[in-house]
Write a protein that binds this ligand. Structure first.
Ligand code: NAI
Length: 353
C-alpha cells in the first residue's frame, strides 16, 4: 500500500488507522487540510474489497470535504472517516463507543457526523463518549440528510437555469439512483414540483415505496444512468460515472448528492465533450455540512454568517453553482475543474492540473 506517493494522498495533513480487537472496529481517519479551520467530515461504514481501497476512499472523500467546506464558505477544513465492515453485522454500541474514544484522541482538529452506513442515532451513540460530533438531533440543526436534500434542490435550480433556461421543474424527468436518506428527500421534493421520476435502489422496499407514493418508473441500479430523462441524479455511492458509462448517459445534466461521482478526470471530460452539464458533487451536496455547523454559527462573535439563517445559507448553493457554471463556460473548462481550482485557491493549495 502506498501513502505519500499515492495520487489520492495530495499532501494530507494526517492519516490515522485505528483498531479495537474486542469490538472488531477497524477505522481510518484522513485529514486533508485544516487551513480554514478544524477538519469536518462524516463517518462512512461499509464493506471494502481490501485495505487500500478503504484508505483511498477516506483520502478522496476527505479532500472533497476540504473543497466542499471552502466553497460553502465554512470556517473549517476537510477530513473523513471510514469504518471497515458490514454495518448490519458489525455495528454495536461498544464498537461505536470504541470509535468515539479514538476520535477523542485526535482532539479538536477533527469533528465527524453521519454518512453512508451510519445513522443519526449511531452518531448520537458516538456522542455519548465523544464531543467532536455534529448533526445529531441535539447538536446542529438535526438530521443533515434533510438539509442535504434541500441543498440538492437549490443546486438543481441552478442546473435548470443554466442548462434548461427555465426556473420551474414542471414536466421535467429525473432519474434518481439511490433512495436513501438524501435520495428519498430529493425524490419527495421533485415529485411535489411535478417532476416525473425514474428510480433505482438495491433495496427493493425503497423502490416499491417510490412507485406507490410517486408513481415512479423503475430502472435497474446498473443501468439507471442510461435512462431517457432530462437530469440524472446519483444519490447512492461514488464512482458511478466512468469514461465508458459517460457515453451511455442520455440526460442533459447530472446533479446529485453522492460524493465523488466521477471515477476519473477523464470521465468528467467525457461528459463535457458530450455537452452534459455536471454539477460538482461537493458543491451541490454541501447542505449537510452547512447544517451541521449550525451551533458554531450561533456562537457569538464566531463568524459573520451567524446572522444568516440556515435556509439562506443553504440557498447559497444555488449561487455558488451558478458562479461555477458561468466561470467554467467562459474558461471552456469542465465545471468540476473550475470548482477544484476555486477551492484550491481558497485553501492555499497549488492547482493539481
Ligand atoms: P443512505 O445510506 O441513506 O442511502 C444510500 C442509498 O443508496 C440506500 O438506499 C442504498 O440501498 C442505495 N444504494 C446503494 N448502492 C446502490 C446502487 N448501486 N444503486 C442504487 N442504489 C444504491 O445514504 P445517504 O445519506 O442518502 O447518502 C447518499 C449519498 O450522498 C452518499 O454518497 C453520501 O456520501 C452522499 N452525501 C450524503 C450526505 C448526507 O447528509 N447524508 C451529505 C453529503 C453527501
Amino acid at each position: 500500500m502506498r501513502f505519500w506517493t499515492s495520487p489520492e494522498f495530495d499532501d494530507h495533513e494526517q492519516l490515522c488507522l485505528f483498531s479495537d480487537v474486542e469490538t472488531g472496529l477497524r477505522a481510518i481517519v484522513a485529514i486533508h487540510s485544516t487551513a480554514l479551520g478544524p477538519a469536518a467530515g462524516g463517518t462512512r461504514f461499509r464493506i471494502y474489497t481490501d485495505d487500500s481501497s478503504a484508505v483511498d476512499d477516506a483520502l478522496r472523500l476527505s479532500r472533497a470535504m476540504s473543497y466542499k467546506s471552502a466553497l460553502a464558505g465554512l470556517p473549517c477544513g476537510g477530513g473523513k472517516s471510514v469504518i471497515i465492515g458490514d454495518p448490519d453485522r458489525l455495528k454495536s454500541k461498544p464498537l461505536l463507543h470504541a470509535y468515539g474514544r479514538f476520535i477523542n484522541r485526535i482532539g479538536s482538529t477533527f469533528a465527524t457526523g453521519e454518512d453512508v452506513g451510519m445513522s443519526v442515532a449511531d452518531i448520537e451513540t458516538v456522542r455519548e463518549v465523544c464531543p467532536f460530533v455534529g448533526g445529531t438531533s441535539t447538536v446542529g440543526a438535526g438530521d443533515p440528510s434533510t438539509h442535504t436534500a434541500v441543498g440538492v434542490m437549490h443546486g438543481l435550480r441552478a442546473v435548470l437555469e443554466c442548462r434548461f433556461q427555465r426556473d420551474d421543474f414542471k414536466g421535467l424527468s429525473v432519474a434518481i439512483q439511490g433512495l436513501g436518506a438524501v435520495g428519498w428527500g430529493v425524490a419527495e421534493r421533485l415529485h411535489a414540483e411535478g417532476v416525473r421520476l425514474t428510480v433505482a435502489d438495491i433495496r427493493r422496499a425503497n423502490v416499491d415505496r417510490a412507485v406507490a407514493q410517486f408513481g415512479a418508473s423503475v430502472a435497474s441500479p446498473e443501468t439507471i444512468h442510461t435512462a431517457d430523462v432530462d437530469i440524472y441524479s446519483p444519490c447512492a455511492l461514488g464512482g458511478v460515472i466512468t469514461e465508458q458509462s459517460a457515453q451511455a448517459i442520455r440526460a442533459r445534466a447530472i446533479a446529485g448528492a453522492a460524493n465523488n461521482q466521477l471515477a476519473s478526470q477523464k470521465a468528467g471530460e467525457a461528459l463535457a465533450a458530450r455537452g452534459i452539464l455536471f454539477a460538482p458533487d461537493y458543491v451541490i451536496n454541501a447542505g449537510g455540512i452547512i447544517s451541521s455547523l449550525e451551533e458554531y454559527f450561533k456562537m457569538p462573535g464566531r463568524n459573520g454568517s451567524a446572522a444568516v439563517p440556515l435556509s439562506q445559507r443553504l440557498a447559497l448553493i444555488h449561487d455558488r453553482l451558478t458562479e461555477i457554471f458561468h466561470r467554467a463556460a467562459s474558461e471552456r473548462c469542465p465545471p468540476e475543474a473550475t470548482a477544484e481550482q476555486m477551492a484550491r485557491e481558497l485553501i492555499g493549495r497549488l492547482p493539481v492540473r
